[in-house]
Design a protein around this ligand. Structure first.
Ligand code: PGA
Length: 249
């Protein structure tokens, strides 16, 4: 079976301007050459078209969210069909900020995932526990509950999905999970995939880590056997994103 290709997603969140995106893409173009690593950048929806025109062919574009139906009276939303139409093959779904700031439920995230996949969009599906859940020893229960909600939505489309394990307490806090903490959860997720989906899916699905990844922390995390890449927020807006992309080699 082909080894899992290292995957690094940048999540720009609600940051950037046309000029800043141009400058950032210039840095990425110079630093990331070839396609040894799969690199995807998650751009604010208003700039997706702009970024699509700027990005080189070895850096793919992602939306940060979408709605669960193709079109209609849903003011402010964008659909997978629209995302594909402007040339972005990916969407990030279930990010902790969508879950916790905007109140998205497991069911809504599953519906969005199912519809995105049916429209041919690839999905970076995010899961992760809150600090109080970790402290109550509920990490495994929480992440597997999130995976169980996604399972029927993904169906047979696991080859179009990357799982991002992002402990909420590590996102934007500067508190990166230790390589051992992240590996422990990634290993649980891989075992779940084997038992609940199949051995082949467990071997081939990329499980990436997110939460305060930096150029300094990426290498040790990437050395863990079940960490197949990263989803990067803050550092994806900086030149060190290039170093993070190279951490797997
Ligand atoms: P961070 O964000 O790297 O700034 O912690 C990660 C994410 O939210 O995907």
């Amino acid at each position: 079976m082909a080894p899992r290709k290292f995957f690094v997603g940048g999540n720009w969140k609600m940051n950037g301007s046309k000029k800043e995106i141009e400058a950032l893409v210039d840095v990425l173009k110079k630093g990331i050459t070839g396609d040894a690593v799969e690199v995807v950048v998650g751009c604010p929806s208003i700039y997706l078209q702009h970024a699509a025109c700027l990005l080189p062919s070895n850096i793919a574009l992602s939306a940060q969210n979408c709605y669960k139906v193709p079109k209609g009276a849903f003011t402010g939303e964008i659909s997978p069909a629209m995302i594909k139409d402007i040339g972005a093959p990916w969407v990030i779904l279930g990010h902790s900020e969508r879950r916790n700031v905007f109140g998205e439920s497991d069911q809504l995230i599953a519906d969005k995932t199912a519809h995105s996949l049916s429209e041919g969009l690839k999905v970076i599906a995010c899961i992760g526990e809150k600090l109080e859940e970790r402290e109550a020893n509920k990490t495994e229960e929480v992440v597997l509950c999130q995976m169980n909600a996604l399972k029927p939505a993904i169906g047979s489309n696991w080859d179009k999905v990357v799982i991002a394990y992002e402990p909420v307490w590590a996102i934007g806090t500067g508190k990166t999970a230790s390589p051992e903490q992240a590996q422990e959860v990634h290993c649980i997720l891989r075992k779940w995939l084997k038992e609940e989906v199949s051995g082949a899916v467990s071997e081939s699905t990329r499980i990436i880590y997110g939460g305060s990844v930096t150029g300094a922390t990426a290498k040790d995390l990437a050395a863990q056997p079940d960490i197949d890449g990263f989803l990067v927020g803050g550092a994806s807006l900086k030149p060190e994103f290039v170093d993070i992309c190279k951490a797997g080699s």
